[in-house]
Design a protein around this ligand. Structure first.
Ligand code: F6P
Length: 343
């Protein structure tokens, strides 16, 4: 078979490991040929691609980013997009199947196109870990490891100055990154989109910690909804796919703490550092297994399906199952973390 790969949406450590394993499995097991579409759906729409050989994927499992490039190009709204035109491109370039590696937006596009008859399978990726139908997405573990390391550093400088340190992390509308990195770093309070916490409550936790001589560490997810607000802070306009760009709540929370408690406080927004650099061992393995599974799905012509992790098994899931709402942090996971907040 001649198979096209694309990476779309925000990048994420592990994308290259998927590309490597799918290409190697295809070449070794089936004598497949591969092409890589540049910059997500844009490359497929515009017929912009390059051949992917065994040489091209050598040593790629450890590399961050994506050798294909990515973009938030919408497969329907972009000029030249839509199922008929894209099917014609695939036919023209004799491509028998496409592996689309992406998050919620990308997989929603893949599902629509597969329903319209295009030969597409999916691989779920996102640091946010917000996709249903898979226990974990690769990129999440790396983001946790980076954020935890940064918070460990915030704690030493915080302790030296006896300040309250606030760390704002990514995650869009779910709190998985905040919950896991905050727990790992021993945060004294964690604020996530799924749970309302008043500033009175937060300041009580902060004061309890400060009054016993410690430097409070507060972790806030970018999607946390401040009390009295209808939605998360998003003062930076929209991204290329029209989604609001979140961020800024860390500064707001920090100011609230300082104003209400008088404790000197500082905010650090970790931002894209969480998505950069080499994947962890866990993410390399997960991404490699997803790539192998995706190649199998192409040979099964399981269009509209994706690779998923259930427990320790790699399984097939329909794309619709992954897109049936966001995978939010359950209330009991938050209650468990909350036992260690404050005092
Ligand atoms: O979905 C991954 C993610 O990193 C989110 O956590 C964040 O809100 C968003 O992407 C940032 O997107 P961009 O790279 O377009 O600024």
């Amino acid at each position: 078979m001649r198979i096209g790969l694309l990476t779309s949406g925000g990048d994420c450590p592990g994308l290259n490991a998927v590309i490597r394993s799918a290409v190697l499995h295809g070449i070794k097991s089936h004598s497949d040929e591969f092409v890589g579409f540049r910059a997500g759906w844009k490359g497929l729409i515009e017929g912009d691609y390059f051949d992917l050989t065994r040489q091209d994927v050598r040593g790629l499992a450890r590399e961050g980013g994506t050798i294909l490039g990515t973009s938030r190009t919408h497969p329907y709204n972009h000029p030249g997009g839509g199922p008929e035109a894209m099917a014609a491109q695939l036919e023209h370039h004799q491509i028998d199947g496409v592996i689309a590696i992406g998050g919620e937006g990308t997989l929603a596009g893949a599902k629509r196109l597969a329903d319209a008859g295009l030969p597409i399978v999916g691989v779920p990726k996102t640091i946010d870990n917000d996709l249903r139908a898979t226990d974990y997405t690769f990129g999440f573990d790396t983001a946790i490891s980076i954020a935890t390391n940064a918070m460990d550093r915030l704690r030493t400088t915080g302790e030296s100055h006896h300040r309250c340190m606030v760390a704002e992390v990514m995650g869009r509308h779910v709190g998985w990154i905040a919950l896991h990195s905050g727990m790992a770093a021993g945060a004294h309070a964690i604020l996530i989109p799924e749970q309302g916490v008043t500033m009175d409550q937060l300041c009580e936790w902060v004061e309890q910690v400060h009054s016993r001589g410690r430097s409070p560490l507060v972790v806030v997810a970018e999607g946390f909804i401040p009390e009295g607000a209808e939605e998360a802070l998003a003062g930076k306009g929209a991204d290329a796919s029209g989604r609001p760009r979140l961020g800024g709540v860390g500064e707001w929370v920090t100011q609230q703490i300082e104003d209400r408690t008088g404790i000197e406080s500082r905010n650090t927004t970790l931002g894209h550092i969480q998505r950069g650099g080499n994947p962890t061992g866990f993410d390399r393995v997960l991404a490699t297994r997803f790539g192998i599974k995706a190649l199998d799905l192409v040979h099964e012509q399981a269009w509209g399906d994706m690779a998923a992790l259930r427990g320790t098994e790699i399984v097939t899931a329909n794309l619709s199952a992954a897109l049936d709402g966001l995978k939010e942090v359950p209330a009991d996971r938050y209650e468990e973390a909350k036992i260690l907040f404050g005092r």
